[in-house]
Design a protein. Sequence first.
Length: 328
Amino acid sequence: MTDKKTRRNFILSSIAVAGGIAAASAIDRQDREIAAAPNNQAAATVKMPERLLGKTGVKLPIFGLGGAGQTPLSQPRREAEAAAQIERAIELGIRYFDTAADYGPSEENLGKVLPKYRSRLFLATKTAARDRDGAWRDLERSLKRLKTDRLDLWQLHHVSFTTELDQIFSTKGAIKAIEEAKQQKIIRFSGITGHHEPAIIAAGLQRYPFDTTLISLNAAEKHHPRSFAANALPVAKAKNIGVIAMKIPAYGKLFQNGVLDGMHQAMGYTLSLPGVHCCVIAADSVKQLEENLKVAQAFKPLNKTEMAAIEKRTAAAWQENTFFRQWT
């Protein structure tokens, strides 16, 4: 691998080249405001609640845009749809964009739109490499695709097994790349993500002072015998680690068969869990993005009675709504 100065120059030159290549009543009220506003701009005037992202000290809106799944951002030959969604997200006040090195064209699609807004955004990506050299290769490629010389957050992607932790924290593990990139100010914060086994994420948080964790937290996860809410979230909360929630609607399955009524319940539940700072959700379309944003704008923490009522509705359907726990 190259030395620090050479690596930094490589990244900067690569970027230069790439840069040259070309609750319900509240939601109803917002709907009326948006419909009456010229050019549908009112949605951007209603600010989302914001929270500090744990010990990072960074204040972010509670809702960010995810770059995976069936979204146009991560699907081939949907560049125009992806660009329209990203532009609209920025218009609506979304500042947190989440992607990963292995989300198909997601990083490249973001790189076509985000650079001109870079100074006001919180940009996060991930590496699935467990070794130092592999992680550096991912980082260099991610920066080139995203057309930036820095990341706000770089995360170890879908960590699922103890053997992976051992490799990550070995003398030639990916944690070395994280530490070197931080020293060189290429990344601001580091994180660990997972949707398979909360005990592994908890162990990772105990072994290293990560700044954030991205974990599965939804209304069905509560009932899993090894839930992230019960086994990983308390560790993160005790260490004031920034907690970003994912799998909020379980890819829409929580809205099937009458389990939940809509995103206001799914997002409302997750964001009301103590210790959760924000969430990322992908969108199939601009319309869906706008609908999700309205829910985030209207968010008010749910009380214990409301949380219990949602948990009761998911109790009989938790297995089909935590299917992602099988993924590694």
